[in-house]
Design a protein around this ligand. Structure first.
Ligand code: GDP
Ligand code: MG
Length: 180
């Protein structure tokens, strides 16, 4: 955790949180929805963005979440260790309409634990709940996997906004509780 002092000398918090998961599961759009309330129907939002800092109010304290996006690195299986360095939170994302992305979760969790602290606060996120008719991964399966690894769990839609704020807030609140 980085803490710093504002001009008025009040202590504040800055938490680094990383987004991981297979390509096209919706990581960049979860961040775009959360930080800017935007959605991109193509994947252009992925390119170039390194991180976004979002101010949040937790128990009357101003907390800054610095949320890192892979900028498409995951396509080449080459998310660098620098990406994970200093992370205190992680959203591990799959697409509920593509089972293959759910099958990759174990690999992403291994990668996360190889490159960062074991106690990084982690939430498993099943994105694209708006695609109910194309669903390939049941809510119960997501929940069971999360329980097996002691992770938080939530299903979201970056398209219709459901649970997006809640998913980020769950992680930030837990980090705050642990570190404050
Ligand atoms: P990333 O590679 O994990 O960053 O995924 P992107 O955010 O670039 O999204 C990949 C594709 O999925 C894009 O075409 C998005 O518009 C689409 N997408 C992202 N989130 C959702 C969602 O919640 N619902 C639907 N239907 N499509 C989504
Ligand atoms: Mg992306």
């Amino acid at each position: 955790m980085a803490s710093y002092e504002d001009e008025d000398h009040t202590q504040d918090y800055l938490f680094k949180i990383v987004l991981i998961g297979d390509s096209a599961v919706g990581k960049s759009n979860l961040l775009a929805r959360f930080a800017r309330d935007e959605f991109y129907s193509n994947s252009k939002s992925t390119i170039g963005v390194e991180f976004q800092t979002q101010k949040m109010d937790i128990d009357g304290k101003e907390v800054k979440a610095q949320i890192w996006d892979t900028a498409g690195q995951e396509r080449f299986r080459a998310v660098t260790s620098a990406y994970y360095r200093g992370a205190v939170g992680a959203l591990v994302v799959y697409d509920i309409s593509r089972r293959q992305t759910f099958d990759s979760i174990g690999r992403w969790l291994n990668e996360l634990h190889t490159h960062s602290d074991m106690n990084v606060v982690t939430i498993l996120v099943g994105n694209k709940t708006d695609l109910q008719d194309a669903r390939e991964v049941g809510t119960d399966e997501g929940k069971a996997l999360a329980e097996a690894h002691s992770l938080f769990f939530m299903e979201t839609s970056a398209l219709d906004s459901s649970n997006v704020k809640a998913a980020f807030e769950t992680v930030v609140k837990e980090i705050y509780t642990i570190l404050s």
